[in-house]
Ligand binder design. Structure first.
Ligand SMILES: *[C@@H]1O[C@H](CO)[C@@H](O)[C@H](O)[C@H]1NC(C)=O
Ligand SMILES: *[C@@H]1O[C@H](CO)[C@@H](O)[C@H](O)[C@H]1NC(C)=O
Ligand SMILES: *[C@@H]1O[C@H](CO)[C@@H](O)[C@H](O)[C@H]1NC(C)=O
Length: 352
């Protein structure tokens, strides 16, 4: 075997936790350890054959000397070496030895997670792009680190990190977001979470929340122009309410000069009920420092007096009926009794 392939083999075995000497008569309990940085852990190494005469733990923390025992504990009060690789050795009478690795995964919860608006700084403006930064300080191992970005309780981005190092690291995640009027008042934050396959329930560490302030032009809650038919003396309320930042100001324009005396016109109202409602097009201008928007309300009159027309139609019909009745009476004295015989000739008909 070449040097390279030996290294590869050893490296592979070390990574997967397979003992370098498969035949080493050792049993470990537990077979692997997942422990939080600074916490204690222990493990037992037990001989599974009578041949070796002793055991020993070799470890940067909690190592033991060689002992003439068949069962030996490794005890670490507070694990602080992120690169710890404890091996249990079995010793034979002839001086030979074999070893087995105890795989230890140490995780370090982030010291802190913080978020900031990187660039550009200052109040956000609708349509512009902003870069946010999330800093995760002193976390390990980074290959299990995920950073989640939240905007208003929704995850908008997730980032994971590469790396084989066990050591503590600082990591930054970036989020590019286009400011939208709807985001005004939303909270943005990031969370760092260690997603260890063997320990899936570790809590996330949250950054502080950033309250988004987005400047945007007035946007009508009901953006469509409105058309409505009215009868004289109807009362109608025009609703021009718009969202926007800064808060929109409203200006109303009424179609007839006579209406300009309406005192409501002077007020900065999002909705208005004209005291004199005449047909025509009314408009409302909502504006703020970011822009303005107009909404139109068109008022038409219903066909003139629908009820009078109905009365007229009714009148004509009843005249007709009266005519029929009169005809009936006119005809009867002449002895021609039945309408169905076609002998009926109306003698009077209503003028149409
Ligand atoms: C190790 O062995 C001791 C004594 O046999 C036992 O009390 C302890 O619980 C064991 N520890 C582990 C991690 O198995
Ligand atoms: C991480 O950042 C902190 C604070 O800025 C610093 O003290 C520490 O040395 C950094 N750690 C690494 C591994 O770079
Ligand atoms: C309302 O009417 C105006 C003028 O006719 C028009 O420019 C605008 O696009 C209309 N708005 C909507 C939302 O239909």
């Amino acid at each position: 075997m070449s040097m390279i392939s030996i290294r590869l083999l050893v490296g592979l075995m070390a990574c997967t936790g397979i003992p370098v000497s498969v035949s080493c008569p050792i049993k470990m309990s537990p077979t692997a350890v997942v422990v939080k940085y600074g916490d204690p852990f222990s493990a037992n190494c037990t001989l599974s054959s009578d041949e070796p005469i002793g055991l020993g733990w070799e470890s940067s923390q909690g190592g033991t000397g060689v002992k003439r025992v068949s069962n030996l504990s490794l005890i670490v009060d507070s694990v602080t070496d992120l690169g710890i690789r404890p091996h249990c050795y079995a010793y034979y009478r002839d001086g030979n030895q074999c070893q087995q690795l105890l795989p230890v995964t140490i995780y370090k919860m982030p010291e802190s997670v913080s978020m900031s608006q990187l660039s550009p700084k200052g109040t956000m403006i609708e349509g512009e792009k902003y870069r946010m930064q999330c800093d995760v300080i002193d976390v390990a191992p980074v290959r299990y680190l995920s950073v989640y970005w939240y905007k208003g309780n929704e995850i908008v981005h997730k980032e994971t990190f590469e790396g084989h190092s066990e050591s503590k690291a600082n990591k930054s995640s970036f989020l590019d977001l286009f400011a939208h009027g709807l985001d005004d008042g939303s909270q943005v934050w990031c969370e760092a979470k260690l997603d260890l396959p063997m320990k899936p329930d570790l809590p996330a560490v949250k950054s502080q929340s950033h309250n988004m302030v987005v400047l945007y032009p007035p946007t009508f809650i009901n953006p469509d122009n409105e058309t409505q038919e009215v009868r004289p003396n109807d009362k109608i309320t025009f609703n021009c309410t718009a969202t926007g930042n800064p808060a929109p100001k409203y200006k109303w324009l009424f179609p007839h000069r006579i209406q300009s005396k309406d005192k409501d016109l002077e007020t900065n109202q999002p909705s208005l009920t004209p005291s004199l409602l005449l047909p025509g097009t009314y408009s409302c201008l909502a504006s703020n420092t970011r822009g303005s928007n107009i909404k139109y309300f068109t008022i038409t009159e219903l066909p003139r007096d629908y009820t009078t027309l109905a009365a007229m139609v009714g009148g004509i019909a009843s005249l007709g009926v009266l005519g029929l009745i009169m005809g009936y009476f006119v005809v009867t004295p002449q002895g021609t009794f039945s309408f169905s015989q076609g002998s009926y000739q109306p003698t009077s008909s209503a003028p149409v």
